[in-house]
Design a protein. Sequence first.
Length: 257
Amino acid sequence: MAATQPGPLTRSYTFHTDVPAACADGQPCLLGVDEAGRGPVLGPMVYSICYCPLERSNDIKSLGFADSKTLNEQERERLLQKICEHRDYIGWGVRVLSPQDISQSMLRRNKYNLNSMAHDTTIQLLREALAANVNIKEVYIDTVGPPESYEAKLSQLFPYIKITVAKKADSLYPIVSAASICAKVTRDTIIQQWSFAEPGADAVLSRAFGSGYSSDPNTVSWLRNNVDPVFGFPGIVRFSWATCSRLLDETASSVVW
């Protein structure tokens, strides 16, 4: 998959497809934004944009997109394949935030929370699309936090773009549903192909992660079985999650600074 990178994921990165021919020459476009992996204790968080010409919005609708959370893995992969097959008028991109970067941001002295990360990542992706000469006229975003304040913030930064931030936007707007598909398939592929950065870990660590959510007993069991008393968890784990902090308090060696 073009949006993933070989080897261990230790640093965040961005991927963009080429700008479609139909979006060139100043053609007005609409763009959707969504994410995957906000809640899990394992793996990256992925933000995605997907865009197409305004005049092709009905074509996007006809492809049958839906919120990725309502689809199974095969359906999501099939829909991403449709997006790639229509590269003549659909473009997309992702920003993959590594578990290490998420943890570092949330554990630093001046905490940088998930909402701030989401806002800044969305702004970055929009600016990169604009820098690639995509003429964005309308943007639809699944809300992070109160939709009114988020919409006002983005409208101030991008005054010439019609910004719509809404709850359940991935169910209301097909272009957001398409972005949801791109984000979810990218994250799923990264997890499936995960390469541990720790030397020798690929040979000894189980991949029976469960769902990756703290509410999943299989995930908690995996965390409990793979915590080191000195070094903590492998790099796939977000140390900043409460579940991890609790397990470290229970099992790790105390350090006096």
